[in-house]
Ligand binder design. Structure first.
Ligand SMILES: NC(=O)c1ccc[n+]([C@@H]2O[C@H](COP(=O)([O-])OP(=O)(O)OC[C@H]3O[C@@H](n4cnc5c(N)ncnc54)[C@H](OP(=O)(O)O)[C@@H]3O)[C@@H](O)[C@H]2O)c1
Length: 288
């Protein structure tokens, strides 16, 4: 049995979808029964909160492999630690942790690096997946301004990033969870090329048939915009810090881990844009 945590989230949802298509037994964790209602048929549901050890223990019954997802908040290392403290006492043989590319050079990846370090001390076999920024961030976080203003905002300057499609991250996770031989491995997952936001806006503009702009703001102005949009201060600081990391060109590296594992090229931004065109258009209708 495979346990997929964070199954209501951007990555967990896609991993659950892909694993459930393999026919292998899978259980998915949700924080509430209502979010669990969206799980594909045939999937077992567990209601679990990392803050409640008894819910973790119940979710782990009969499980051999865990896809571990922590939320991108200040609490990530503590929550994953609570999960690992239960996992190490269970019959789980392998944890596939969703981590992040970037080492200790920015807040978000540093949190994941701390969590990886803790996992290594538990003695549980691990596989670390370290993706770069997701292509889907453009839909999940920028659709509102793209649709209302034909623009999205940041403070990363002209830097290039080798964004990865979440569907490729999920395909790698599915392999690591359903095949042997991935224990002790670390995979750094990027898209096929690094692109600047100027290049991304050209691709989006071509697809959507209207001019999309990227507006580069001073860091403090970007932070104020994030706070005004309702983000907690910690998250606003972490996002600005990530943009600083991007601006320094530190997220532009391209690896061939996805191609080696999946035996195909990673999804291009052009393909991603075509596949998600309707999502942006639907938002456009809703906003209009
Ligand atoms: N976005 C990027 O570009 C990027 C790049 C590299 C790595 N990452 C990492 O990828 C990971 C997942 O990202 P994502 O976009 O899939 O995140 P997400 O959509 O926010 O999903 C987080 C999941 O964790 C669950 N969760 C939150 N608190 C919990 C708790 N106390 N107990 C149990 N479950 C809890 C959430 O459930 P609810 O829905 O009920 O809240 C949700 O299912 C993050 O760790 C992030 O740092 C992201």
């Amino acid at each position: 049995m495979i346990l997929v945590t964070g199954a209501s989230g951007n990555v967990g949802k896609e991993v659950l979808k892909q694993i459930s298509q393999t026919g292998i037994r899978v259980r998915a964790t949700f924080q509430s029964p209502s979010s669990g209602a969206s799980a594909p048929s045939g999937v077992e549901i567990a209601i679990m909160d990392y803050n409640k050890p008894e819910t973790i223990r119940a979710a782990l019954k009969g499980v051999e492999r865990v896809f571990l997802v922590g939320p991108p908040t200040q609490k990530l290392p503590a929550l994953e630690r609570q999960a690992m403290d239960q996992i190490r006492q269970s019959d789980v043989q392998q944890v596939v942790k969703l981590s992040a590319m970037g080492g200790r050079e920015a807040t978000y990846p540093r949190q994941h690096a701390d969590s990886e370090d803790y996992i290594k001390t538990t003695g549980v076999a691990y596989t670390f997946l370290r993706p770069n920024g997701f292509m889907q961030n453009i839909v999940n976080y920028n659709a509102t301004t793209i649709n209302a203003q034909n623009a999205f905002y940041g403070c990363q300057g002209e830097s290039k990033i080798s964004h990865i499609d979440i569907r490729d991250v999920a395909a790698v996770a599915t392999k690591a969870l359903t095949e042997n031989g991935h224990e002790g491995k670390v995979y750094t997952l990027t898209g096929p090329v690094a692109l600047s936001n100027a290049q991304i806006t050209r691709i989006l503009s071509d697809d959507l048939g209207r001019e999309i702009r990227y507006v580069d703001l001073p860091s403090q102005e970007f932070k104020q915009a994030l706070l005004a949009a309702g983000l907690p201060e910690w998250s606003a600081d972490a996002l600005v810090n990530l943009q600083d990391f991007y601006r320094a060109g530190k997220a532009s590296g391209v690896t061939n881990d996805v191609e080696q594992l999946l035996r195909r090229r990673p999804t291009s931004f052009e393909q991603f844009s075509r596949d998600y065109r309707d999502a942006l258009r639907r938002e456009e209708r809703a906003a209009g």
